[in-house]
Write a protein that binds this ligand. Structure first.
Ligand SMILES: Cc1ncc(COP(=O)(O)O)c(C=O)c1O
Length: 450
C-alpha cells in the first residue's frame, strides 16, 4: 500500500482541524449544495486513493459541522481528544474485528481495561459486566435486554429462548423527563412505549421521589443521570434504596451525567446511582473519545451474558472475555481502544479537570446571558444551559440567526412549554475565548432580533 496517501490524509486531517478556529460552525449552504455534484450512478472506472482523499477533503470538509472545534454547543456533543483521534487512526490501520479475543487480543485487552476504568470512575463493583457499543441509545438497549432476562427469569420465563409472546408482564416505570432514546430502547427490547408508567418530575426535570409508585420484584425502574435539557439528576439515593428493598431492577441512563462522578466538585450529584443494576453512558460525549462510543454496564454478569451470548461450531470458546458475548453485534470495529486512549491520556485528574472546565464554561455562558438581560431557565448544575430571549417567537428567531451567523452553534428545545436555546459545553477544545466570542455573538444577535 502506498503510504504517501496515508501521510497526505494525516496532513489534510490536521489542516482541517486547524481551520476550525477561523471557520463558521455550521456548514455554508453553498458547500452543502456542492455535494450534489458528486451524485451519480455507481461509476464504472476505478479512482486512485489519492483522488478519493482529495474529493473527500474538497467537497466533504467544508460541508461538515465544525463540532470538533470549540464553539459547537449543539445537542450533547463531545469532540475527539488528540490521543483518541490518533488511536482511531491506529485502530483503522489495524482493521481489527473486536468480536472475539482470538480475532484481536489487542482490541480485547484495551476494551476490557477501558471498561474497568469506567467502572472505577462511576464507583461500580469490579465484577460488573460491560459492552462497548455505538452510543447511549444502544447501551440503553443492551442494559434493558439484561434487565428483561433477569426479571423474566424470576417469573420462570426464558426470554431469549421463548421470546416475549405470552411472557409474564413486567412493569416499567420511568420519569416524565426520560430521554427519548430510552423510550426507543424500551420499544426495541419489546417493552413498548405505551406501557411505561411515568413518574412526575420537578421544575428541573428530576423524578419526584415522593411520587414514585409502589415497586416490586417484577418492576424495571429507569432513572436518569443528566437531563438532556437542564443537566439535572434524578434522586438516585432515595429511589434506589426503595427499589432495592422491593427487588426491582434499576436502570440508569447516564449518557453524559454519570461522568460528573469523575470530579470531586460534582460527584455528589451522582450519589446513589451506583446502587442501580445497569448503567448506560457515552464515551463520545463528555470523555471526548470520538464517535462512536457508548458503554453499557450491568451488575449481573450472568444476566448480560444470557441476554447477548451466542454460539456456533466455528466460534472457539475462550477463557477470556469475548466482546460479542456481551453486546448485540458480532463483527465490529475496536472502538474500545479509542475509549482507552481518551481515558489513559486524561487520567483521573484530566477527566475531573475536563468535567470541571466545561461546567465552568457553562456557568460563564449563564452569567453572561443573565448580565445581558436574558433569562436562564435552569439551575446550571453541570454543563447544560437553557436560555429564553423573551417570547417563544423571538427565542426561535435568535436560535436560527445564531446558527446562520456561524460564530457558534446552539440548538433549540421546549422547556415546560417555553421555547429555549440549549447550550451544552461538552467539547475538550472549548476555550474561555471561545465562550467569550460566542457570548458576544449571541448577545449582539439577540439585540438585533428586537
Ligand atoms: C440522557 C441521554 N440519554 C441518551 C442519549 C442518546 O445518546 P446517543 O446519541 O449516544 O445514543 C442522550 C443524547 O444526548 C442523552 O442526553
Amino acid at each position: 500500500m502506498s503510504d504517501s496517501v496515508l501521510q497526505e490524509a494525516a496532513v489534510r486531517a490536521a489542516a482541517y482541524l486547524e481551520s476550525l478556529t477561523g471557520r463558521q460552525v455550521a456548514a455554508r449552504e453553498q458547500d452543502v449544495q456542492r455535494l450534489r455534484e458528486l451524485k451519480s450512478g455507481f461509476p464504472d472506472e476505478a479512482v486512485s486513493a489519492g483522488e478519493i482523499l482529495r474529493i473527500l477533503d474538497d467537497y466533504g470538509s467544508p460541508a461538515t459541522t465544525a463540532s470538533a472545534g470549540g464553539r459547537y454547543f449543539g445537542f450533547v456533543t463531545g469532540g475527539t481528544l488528540p490521543q483518541a483521534l490518533a488511536a482511531s487512526w491506529m485502530v483503522s490501520a489495524w482493521d481489527q474485528n473486536a468480536a472475539l479475543t482470538v480475532m484481536s487480543p489487542a482490541a480485547s485487552f484495551f476494551e476490557e481495561v477501558a471498561l474497568n476504568w469506567v467502572k472505577e470512575v462511576f464507583g461500580l463493583s469490579a465484577d460488573c459486566a460491560g459492552a462497548v457499543v455505538t452510543g447511549a441509545t444502544a447501551a440503553n438497549f443492551v442494559c434493558l435486554c439484561a434487565a428483561r432476562h433477569a426479571l423474566l427469569k424470576r417469573a420462570g420465563w426464558n426470554a431469549e429462548e421463548d421470546g416475549l409472546f405470552g411472557a409474564p408482564p413486567i412493569r416499567v416505570i420511568a420519569g416524565d423527563e426520560v430521554h427519548t432514546s430510552l423510550l426507543k430502547a424500551l420499544a426495541l427490547a419489546g417493552f413498548g412505549r405505551n406501557r411505561v408508567e411515568r413518574v412526575p418530575s420537578d421544575e428541573q426535570g428530576r423524578m419526584r421521589a415522593d411520587a414514585l409508585p409502589e415497586l416490586d420484584s417484577h418492576t424495571l425502574l429507569c432513572l436518569q443521570a443528566g437531563n438532556v435539557n437542564t443537566g439535572s439528576f434524578d434522586p438516585a439515593e432515595e429511589v434506589c434504596r426503595q427499589a432495592r428493598e422491593a427487588g426491582a431492577w434499576v436502570h440508569v441512563d447516564g449518557a453524559f451525567g454519570l461522568w460528573a462522578a469523575a470530579s470531586p466538585r460534582y460527584a455528589h450529584l451522582t450519589r446513589g446511582f451506583a446502587l442501580a443494576d445497569s448503567w448506560s453512558t457515552d464515551g463520545h460525549k463528555w470523555p471526548n473519545a470520538g464517535y462512536d462510543c457508548g458503554i453499557a454496564l450491568v451488575r449481573s454478569e450472568p444476566a448480560l451474558r444470557a441476554a447477548m451470548t451466542f454460539s456456533a461450531a466455528y466460534i472457539p470458546s475462550s477463557e477470556t472475555r469475548d466482546a460479542a458475548n456481551y453486546g448485540p453485534e458480532m463483527s465490529r470495529r475496536a472502538r474500545g481502544v479509542e475509549l482507552w486512549a481518551a481515558l489513559r491520556g486524561l487520567g483521573r485528574t484530566g477527566l475531573a479537570e475536563l468535567v470541571e472546565r466545561t461546567c465552568g464554561h457553562a456557568r460563564m455562558f449563564a452569567a453572561g446571558l443573565r448580565a445581558a438581560g436574558f433569562s436562564v431557565l435552569n439551575e446550571v448544575v453541570i454543563n447544560q444551559v437553557l436560555v429564553s430571549f423573551g417570547s417563544d417567537e423571538r427565542t426561535r428567531r435568535v436560535i436560527s440567526a445564531v446558527q446562520r451567523e456561524g460564530t457558534c452553534w446552539c440548538g433549540g428545545t421546549e422547556w415546560h412549554g417555553q421555547s429555549a436555546m440549549r447550550i451544552s459545553v461538552s467539547c475538550w477544545a472549548t476555550s474561555e475565548r471561545d465562550v467569550e466570542r460566542s457570548l458576544e455573538a449571541i448577545v449582539q444577535i439577540a439585540g438585533e432580533a428586537g
